[in-house]
Design a protein around this ligand. Structure first.
Ligand code: ADP
Ligand code: MG
Length: 691
């Protein structure tokens, strides 16, 4: 249950005065629909009205507050002219300028002969000073109506700054005094105020420096958010591990047979990772482990060997992949190992239906299948294993914390879980996203891989690239970008590209895209794999895990639209065989600064972990893997790059809290529950028995 103290913050913004249906929609665009969203929408700028020069000394272009005597009004001669109110402070004369000014109103607020305090931007126009549309006009003695410093919030078209600022103020008024969830000693050392005071301070900048993520106010709130994140992950971890784990120990007989059948020897990195996984499986606590490795590092073989251990130990294994293509590919590449080890593998995807599906399910329940490969269909209600010991999930970033929590309860002896991700993730980010898991990394790559020669080329030279493809006669991918908002247009672009390439290169040009039916898509991939098509034009559907070792050229059109992680994934599709490969990144000028830096990084390095760190530096963490890929947590205030030091502390803090008070029952525990709800990490609270 959400603590009652937080109820007001979960109210809709429309309950605020001044927020009608129109403003509500606009606020939803920039912040969200609830007061909670407004209070965490921190200012991105500040207006300083504390500058109070004499008119003679005023710097043009600056916002200033001046005390003026109103001299007279100059009515416009026609409607295109502005209405001018001439004023003076004794040192100089200034015109307050109003376009479409209402004479009645201006006569009333600025009567000639009166004294007024006026704040706004002072400009010099020809030889005269003027202030177009002052922000504030108040009578002397009522300066309290005139804020010296005003926060500026990010806006959207049509949303008046004053309306948003007023709504945020209204929301902040509803923030109750909160119980203190931070450790008193730690807070004292940091010299932090209470949550509510810090939040209010973060909304009340006086100078640009107050907008920095390094201010005490912002750091306090960021820390609270990181603490909520780490606490939730550790609670999930604790609950996953509370389920009695099992000991899956094998002598390694099946593994040995499979390894003997491999046409290569495992790399040191693979061996290391496998050893960590095996030790974890053999321990009585439940395994929840992330296997990280760059594209082509050889994660699949490692996972398969772990699955064989599980089979040897007398249980079953499952391998889940996000798409049908990948499942089929895994089936094909793992079949030789399975055969050598004498284990029975089967496939289950959404496509298997009717009697064949029934047979698979029956065999699975009886133990007639040792390893099941499938899409998420594998975890549907009617799928029962005789005894699932190890579940491997391929391609982590489509598999967020919610999905992991779903894996929780299958069977009374829940399976060990190994999640593979091909996207290298910076250490800090790994902690926020997968803090509930242990991490193994496959460092290095199989020997003999030649680096992919990467070139960044303007798309004005497209013809040369096509000519290069024609002469090389190599197997090549040609990727066209997909922008979510206009899938249709992008599709059209890909279709058109396939068409133009066919004109020059002949009929051996295939096309694969996300709107195709799975069967069509598989067929197109198959043709490319077999060499029936030489060039495969694709939208980004090929991004994930497709393995065609014969492909040696990767062309990416509009490379500037892709994120670093995506480009790295795409480039990883080539350079998989022994032949020399190249990656041609076509860009459309002009390039922005970040895009330039991204493309340069691609040219300079092929180390996925370096690229990931660079990606974090260049972009917001939330964007890191692209918006569509959800697994990453979103932070409202915390900034993973700026607050990395706080993350480590929050991790330790959360560990200590749960060690002392696993049920969050102490006074601080109760306060921490409020924190979890405040940052909407409350799914973890429900895992507490007393929750
Ligand atoms: P990942 O899933 O990590 O991207 P894969 O497991 O798909 O990588 O392996 C990529 C390719 O490298 C596959 O064709 C695989 O057979 C091969 N491979 C895996 N391990 C080795 C190794 N130790 N030596 C040589 N080739 C390997
Ligand atoms: Mg893979």
């Amino acid at each position: 249950m959400r603590p009652a103290i937080l109820f007001p913050l979960f109210a809709e913004t429309r309950t605020l005065s001044g927020v009608g249906p129109r403003i509500e929609k606009l606020i939803a665009k920039v912040a969200g629909t609830r007061l909670l969203d407004l209070i965490f929408d921190l200012p991105c700028g500040v207006i300083d009205r504390s500058y109070r020069p004499t008119l003679a000394a005023a710097e043009p272009g600056r916002i200033a507050t001046v005390t003026l005597n109103v001299l007279d009004h100059a009515m416009p001669r026609d409607r295109r002219q502005p209405y001018r109110v001439r004023c003076s402070d004794g040192t100089a004369v200034i015109d307050l300028v109003f376009f479409h000014g209402h004479a009645d109103y201006l006569q009333k607020t600025l009567p000639p002969g009166s004294k007024r305090v006026v704040s706004g931007r002072i400009e010099r126009y020809k030889d005269k000073l003027q202030m177009p549309h002052p922000d504030y006009v108040v009578e002397p003695g009522q300066e309290s109506e005139l804020p010296l410093h005003e926060p500026v919030y990010a806006l959207t078209e049509g949303l008046p700054a004053k309306s948003l600022a007023k709504a945020v103020r209204g929301a902040l008024e509803k923030v109750p005094p909160m119980p203190e969830w931070q450790d008193a000693a730690f807070r004292k050392v940091q010299d932090w105020s209470s949550f509510t005071a810090a939040l209010l301070a973060a909304h009340a900048p006086a100078h640009d420096a107050d907008l920095s993520p390094d201010t005490k106010a912002r750091r306090r709130v960021a820390y609270d958010e990181l603490l909520a994140n780490q606490l939730a992950l550790l609670m999930i971890r604790a609950s996953m591990r509370a389920a009695k784990g099992r000991v899956i120990a094998a002598k390694g007989a099946l593994k040995a047979k499979a390894v003997a059948a491999l046409p290569f020897t495992l790399t040191e990195g693979q061996g290391q990772a496998l050893a960590e996984i095996e030790a974890d499986m053999a321990s009585p606590t439940r395994m929840l482990r992330l296997l990280q490795g760059d594209v082509g590092a050889g994660k699949t073989a490692v996972a398969m060997l772990a699955l064989l251990d599980a089979v040897e130990a007398g249980c079953q294994g499952a391998l889940m992949a996000p798409t049908e293509i990948l499942c089929r590919q895994h089936m094909a590449s793992l079949a030789p190992m399975a055969e050598a080890a004498g284990v029975r593998m089967a496939l289950l995807t959404g496509r298997e239906r009717g009697p064949s599906r029934d047979r698979t399910l029956a065999a699975l329940a009886e133990g007639g299948i040792d390893i099941l490969v499938g899409t998420h269909a594998l975890f549907s209600e009617d799928v029962t294993f005789r005894d699932l010991g190890l579940a491997v999930v391929d391609e982590q970033h489509r598999f967020g914390v919610h999905q992991r929590m779903k894996l929780q309860g299958k069977g009374e002896r829940p399976a060990d879980v190994l999640v593979m991700t091909a996207t290298p993730i910076p250490r800090t980010l790994a902690l926020t996203a997968y803090g509930d898991m242990d991490v193994s990394r496959i460092l290095g790559r199989p020997p003999g891989r030649k680096p992919v020669a990467t070139r960044v080329i303007s798309d004005t030279r497209l013809d040369e690239v096509v000519e290069h493809l024609r002469r090389a006669g190599a197997r090549a991918y040609w990727v066209c970008p997909l922008v979510e908002e206009s899938e249709k247009i992008d599709l059209a672009a890909a279709e058109e590209r396939a068409e133009t390439l066919r004109r020059t290169l002949g009929p051996k040009v295939g096309l694969v895209h996300g709107k195709m039916k799975p069967a069509e898509r598989d067929a197109a991939m198959e043709k490319f794999k077999s060499g029936e098509t030489q060039i495969l034009v694709a939208t980004t559907v090929i991004e994930v895990g497709v393995d065609v070792p014969e492909a040696t050229i990767m062309v990416v059109e509009h490379a500037e639209r892709f994120g670093l992680a995506q480009l790295h994934q795409l480039r990883g599709r080539v350079g998989r065989g022994s032949a020399k490969s190249s990656c041609l990144l076509l860009y459309h000028a002009p390039l922005g600064e970040t895009a330039k830096a991204r493309l340069k990084t691609m040219r300079d390095t092929d180390d996925g972990f370096v690229i990931a760190e660079e990606d974090l530096r260049l972009r917001g963490a939330g964007e890191l893997l692209g918006k569509r890929q959800s697994g990453l947590p979103e932070f409202r205030v915390a900034d993973i790059a700026a607050h990395a030091d706080l993350l480590a502390v929050a991790r330790d803090d959360a560990q200590l809290i749960l060690a002392r008070d696993p049920e969050l029952k102490s006074e601080r525990g109760e306060a921490l529950r409020v924190l979890l709800y405040l940052f909407e990490r409350d799914e973890a609270v429900r895992l507490l028995r007393t929750g």
